[in-house]
Write a protein of this length. Structure first.
Ligand code: GYE
Length: 334
């Protein structure tokens, strides 16, 4: 009797085993789905600008379930500490890829070493980073910020020359982005070089405004209480340009490339370009936030075992108040 019961138990067990073998289910291991979806943890800086919102939307659209991904999205609310915490959690969750849009250029060595030790590839997007060991991340996809700045400075030199102002003192206010971010560092150093090669350019003020319209309004209002003798305002993104323009208009200054303050901006968001069409922003250098498809392509290439370039700069253009048209704005994706 005992033997018969044992035999039944063994057969039942075998049947159970064979059942689970023939109907495999998607197991869940510590929150990670082992199906064929690629699990990506994305640490975003925050939501400080229109550019950033478009960037987040592009990432979410490209790394969608229909496209083969499961995306864990984290908004760091403009704190690098939060980004480090998010990445550590991604590592614990055993994601397949980590994507990070870093707030600052430095401070990434240890966390990326942790990701590397766990065998998780890291893709850096939007702003670049500086680490001792370049093999800590797979690739950087974003903009050449120094080149963007050079484009702006060369355009300004050209305009001032056409206006016959190469001998006049040109008083410049410099509204910077988030101090220590690669977007700020690149755009700033291009202007610094411009100031040092043009003896008649004079820096009236230089202050970081975290890429936000509110901070730029506040800082520009403070500068204007000190002086209204300003020829150029170089803002490191559209939000800051809009804030600075608001402050200047409040005190009766005209923003206009022909007979007012020359405002220079970066991003070329729809709103920024509308200001350009209205003549208030003289030059808007494009910075393309639609990076999701590039990230998707890199991950798919890596999945197929194809080589990946270390740096991928996105092609960008520029718009000025003399040549921009409504059609150009209508054709924009952000
Ligand atoms: O210019 C600004 C944003 O890192 C390129 O960050 C990005 C910058 C962009 O908030 O609008």
């Amino acid at each position: 009797m005992k033997k018969r019961m044992l035999a039944i138990a063994v057969v039942t067990l075998l049947l159970l085993c064979s059942c689970t073998n023939t109907t495999p289910q998607t197991p869940v291991v510590s929150g990670k789905k082992m199906g064929d979806l690629i699990l990506v943890g994305f640490s975003q800086v925050g939501a400080e600008s229109e550019w950033r919102v478009a960037h987040t939307e592009s990432m979410k659209a490209a790394l969608s379930e229909e496209n083969g991904y499961e995306l864990i999205y984290d908004d760091a609310r403009n704190e690098q500490e939060n980004q480090l915490r998010a990445i550590r959690t991604f590592i614990q969750q055993g994601v397949d890829y980590i994507v990070v849009a870093p707030r600052l250029e430095t401070g990434w060595d240890s966390i990326l070493q942790e990701a590397k030790d766990a065998g998780i590839p890291v893709i850096v997007i939007d702003r670049d980073i500086k680490v001792e060991d370049r093999s800590l991340y797979t690739t950087y996809i974003g903009s050449d910020f120094y080149k963007e700045g050079e484009t702006a400075v060369a355009w300004l030199e050209d305009l001032l020359e056409k206006q016959g102002r190469t001998e006049d003192t040109i008083r410049i206010v410099h509204i910077q982005g988030t101090a220590g971010s690669s977007a700020q560092l690149g755009r700033t150093s291009a202007l610094e070089r411009g100031v040092s090669r043009n003896d008649n350019w004079e820096k009236v003020a230089q202050e970081p405004c975290d890429f936000t319209r509110a901070k730029a309004y506040e800082v520009m209002s403070k500068i204007l209480r000190r002086t209204k003798d300003i020829d150029v305002v170089y803002c490191e993104n559209d939000g800051e340009a809009l804030g600075a323009i608001d402050a200047m208009e409040d005190v009766g200054l005209k923003c206009n490339a022909e007979d007012g303050v020359i405002v220079i901006s970066f991003d070329a968001t729809r709103l920024g370009l509308e200001y350009c069409l209205a003549g208030k922003i003289a030059l808007n250098v494009e910075c393309n936030p639609l990076q999701g498809p590039y990230v998707d392509a890199v991950i798919k290439r890596r999945q197929r075992g194809e080589p990946i370039e270390q740096v991928k700069y996105i092609n960008e253009t520029q718009f000025d108040c003399f040549t921009i048209t409504q059609e150009m704005i209508d054709g924009r994706g952000y």
